[in-house]
Design a binder for this molecule. Structure first.
Ligand code: ZN
Length: 202
């Protein structure tokens, strides 16, 4: 580890920020320096905002999204089409699809994808709740918006089998999602196109 430049409080801040995705130790150091210079305008409000968020973040009981309320903001939004349920692996994927803005639907966050080699089986995924939501009668179509990875596709097959008995239409993202592609890294246009030209699988 590099030699300490500052007191332990600052070093701790650099260390913690350096764990964020996309920030290495160098960027973390630069960010901390910026925060220290902008103490009143940035560091203090950021610290307050983080404390409030840390106290209030909950997992939505309905869909698995992260928010400060459950049901979450998306589940409470009555302007969304209740007949479409978009299944994603993670909250990051949900955010990516919302950013693309192609559909105003409801979501279901699985929390993981099946990966037998890593010991991730069906019990690790939020599947009973998905089946319950798909069974209610309001949902007519379930869109599997899963990564184009082996795990994502294995999970898609598993869910398709699971939902066959429920009698809802099951679709998946169309071309545009490259093999091995992770949704979070795709641009909005590609995501919109993949959603709008989805194909039926069950
Ligand atoms: Zn929700």
């Amino acid at each position: 580890m590099a030699q300490a430049l500052a007191g332990p409080e600052i070093e701790r801040l650099i260390q913690l920020l350096g764990r964020l995705p996309g920030l290495g130790p160098r960027s973390a150091r630069r960010a901390v320096l910026h925060l220290m210079r902008k103490r009143e305008e940035l560091l203090v409000p950021l610290a307050d905002a983080m404390r409030v968020a840390a106290e209030r973040i909950v997992t939505c009981d309905n869909c698995g999204n992260l928010d400060t309320q459950s049901p979450c903001t998306i589940c409470r939004d009555s302007r969304r089409d209740p007949s479409i349920l978009v299944v994603v692996e993670s909250v990051g994927d949900l955010w990516a699809l919302e950013r693309a803005g192609a559909l105003r639907a409801n979501y279901h966050v699985l929390g993981a994808t099946l990966s037998p080699f890593d010991g991730v089986g069906p019990d690790e995924l939020s599947l009973p709740k998905l089946v319950e939501r798909a069974t209610g009668g309001a949902v007519k179509e379930v869109i599997l918006a899963l990564n184009a990875t082996v795990e994502g596709q294995t999970t898609a097959h598993y869910i398709t089998d699971l939902l066959t008995e429920v009698g809802v239409k099951v679709t998946r993202l169309a071309h545009g999602v490259p093999v091995g592609g992770e949704l979070d890294y795709l641009d909005e246009g590609t995501l919109s196109a993949a959603l709008l030209s989805r194909t039926t699988i069950g």
